[in-house]
Design a binder for this molecule. Sequence first.
Ligand code: TYD
Length: 207
Amino acid sequence: MKNGLFIVVDGIDGSGKSEVIKLLHNYLFSKHKKYRILTTREPTNGVYGNRIREILRKEKVPTSNSKKLLELFVKDRQEHLKNTLEPFLKSSNEHELNIVLCDRYYYSTIAFQSAQGLSTEELISKNKAFRKPDIAFILDVEPSIALKRIEYRKKEKFEQLEFMEKIRGNFLKLPKLLDDNIKIIDASKSLDKVFESAKKEVDKMLV
Ligand code: TYD
């Protein structure tokens, strides 16, 4: 695997992405000494990512500012790929296998910004030049369960039941819309079970 391994975990807020990513990170780190792992997220902590976070913190209406957000998410992704993901994946060689674990990617743009009212075709086309992950996990869970899981934290712009139902529906349509290696995982199950399903798929890619 000369070009590294690019893994994405995506899904609605409260689907358990970060927990699954942590478990995958630990698992891969101990699995083989030749694996180097970069765990990262979008939006990033760069200039564009921070502007996004500011908008998400301040605004309450889920559908507002869709165009501006789309532009920022795409710019943030461009920077992330150019400065972080591509150089890391490229530096993989016969002694070291570089693995990226990325929390959210263009699947979020398609699911969220289309729920904001932008056209799915436009969203796909704005993201089609970006590197395809080798595998993408979409953690699928009912929004009412997801909201329960995150009830302790302050709700952001997109964390409202009806809006999350739309986003969930959009995530579930992705395998039909994209020619990507997408695995939908039932994330209403226990964290152990969700992790086991993801691990099994990752192991298949590492043989
Ligand atoms: P953040 O709190 O950073 O992420 P998380 O909820 O995963 O911890 O907020 C990111 C929010 O932005 C989240 O609600 C998903 C949304 N989002 C988009 O609308 N479009 C995108 O392209 C991305 C990457 C995220």
